[in-house]
Write a protein that binds this ligand. Structure first.
Ligand code: NDP
Ligand code: MG
Length: 385
């Protein structure tokens, strides 16, 4: 029996993970679930899977609800740190499916208590990889990237020498506005921006896919995880999203991984990494998915945020400022407080402010420094609009 900690169980990745685990209660036992504030959903999940520990991050919801769980003999904690203080058995696998930079601290706090850590939460990798890497090596915890492109690269690189890599391409669907001019959609309602053509995801990442911010994040993520020079990583638009990453090797070979546009594939193959017996139910090879693959170079006029790739990402405050600015701008857009075009314009404009620029050569020394910068950015954005 392999035990699993699932962080962010009430979100899109969390639910996909539970749907996989639901079919195999013989091999896996969930020992921890977490939510920010979706108490109703986590209550149902805990009962369905017989989970005895949960974390509710939102303080108000935590205080309001912990008695409800007590009645069912479920222990409720207010953070992973609090849960980790208990003497707990190391889990086989932890999946971090929390969204936003708030996912970093839970990862850091759980590393000592898990043999394998799979992270979908790209914001934490971008902002805190330096700290994650240190803890992973201190506690000999294996790391698995769950973002589909990075899971593909990670799988393709097994047994390969990194010096043989000529170029890695991350594919992007182009999102719902691939064929629209930016000035025609500058005031588009969030409900249209949320309609991703291929993937069903949480709200924040869906907007990031429309603006191409998601792919910019993924370039930074790849630079960090695989310790590669940024110019070795490119982006190709592939509207069907069937191929996830392509590696061109110096020896003349090119390899890529293709799978259906569902996170079930990388998640399940991570869960079954040791057991090696996952059977994907819809595994009927549809050759049409590979016929007439169409790759297009991304157009900077349609996706001006691509200009961000001229920055170098070297573990300074720059990454934290970009992630937090984007978090704040997307939140305001989803609340109808700013327009779609304003996500793009404000990001590019705010990054040039002297107030932020002075930090681009400075490095955070610990997680507290990161948290302070996140707060600083949020305050700045609130005052700015
Ligand atoms: P969702 O918004 O659907 O879910 C986020 C989860 O994190 C929920 O459980 C939510 O709790 C919890 N959460 C949110 N804020 C906090 C917080 N401040 N503290 C603690 N927990 C919090 O996101 P997704 O599942 O779509 O994405 C999760 C991560 O995976 C993101 O980083 C995303 O970029 C990445 N990813 C997602 C993919 C996808 O297909 N969805 C693909 C590749 C990567 P609550 O329910 O209470 O809000
Ligand atoms: Mg991805």
């Amino acid at each position: 029996m392999k035990d699993i900690f699932l962080l962010g169980s009430t979100g899109s990745i969390g639910v996909t993970t539970l749907n996989i685990l639901k079919k195999d209660k013989k091999n896996f036992k969930i020992r921890l679930l977490t939510t920010n504030s979706n108490v109703k959903k986590i209550y149902k999940q805990a009962l369905l899977f017989g989970v005895k520990n949960i974390v509710i991050y939102n303080q108000k919801e935590y205080l309001k609800n912990y008695r409800l769980f007590k009645k069912k003999k479920i222990k409720v904690f207010s953070s992973i740190n609090e849960f980790s203080k208990k003497k707990i058995k190391k889990s086989y696998l932890t999946i971090n499916a929390i969204s936003g930079v708030n996912g970093l601290e839970p990862s850091l706090d759980i590393i000592k208590n898990t043999k394998n850590l799979a992270i979908a939460n790209k914001e934490s990798i971008i902002c805190g990889w330096f700290f994650l890497k240190k803890e992973l090596s201190k506690y000999k915890t294996n790391f698995i990237p769950l973002d589909s492109e990075h899971f593909s690269i990670w799988s393709l690189l097994k047994g390969e020498d990194k010096s043989n890599i000529k170029k890695i391409y991350l594919t992007a669907s182009g999102g719902p506005f691939l064929n629209s001019k930016l000035n025609k959609i500058k005031n588009i309602n969030p409900k249209f921006a949320l309609k991703h053509p291929n993937w069903k995801m949480g709200k924040k990442i869906s907007i990031d896919s429309a603006t191409m911010m998601n792919k910019i994040f993924e370039v930074i993520e790849a630079v960090k995880i695989f310790n590669l020079n940024q110019n070795k990583i490119g982006i190709l638009i592939h509207p069907r999203s069937y191929i996830h990453a392509i590696i061109v090797f110096n020896n003349g070979l090119t390899k890529f991984i293709a799978h259906d546009t569902t996170m079930e594939v990388p998640i399940a193959n991570t869960i079954y990494l040791d057991l090696k017996k996952y059977i994907y139910k819809r595994n009927k090879f549809a050759y049409n998915n590979l016929n007439g693959i169409n790759f297009i170079d991304p157009d900077i006029k349609k996706f001006p945020l691509l200009k961000l790739l001229k920055y170098k990402f070297e573990n300074t405050y720059l990454e934290i400022i970009i992630v937090s600015l984007n978090d704040a701008l997307v939140k305001k857009y989803l609340e109808h407080k700013i327009s779609y075009i304003s996500i793009h314009n404000s990001m590019l404009k705010l990054l040039k402010k002297q107030y932020f620029q002075k930090y681009y050569t400075m490095r955070p020394k610990n997680i507290n420094d990161i948290k302070i910068m996140v707060q600083r950015v949020n305050l700045y954005v609130d005052k700015y609009f």
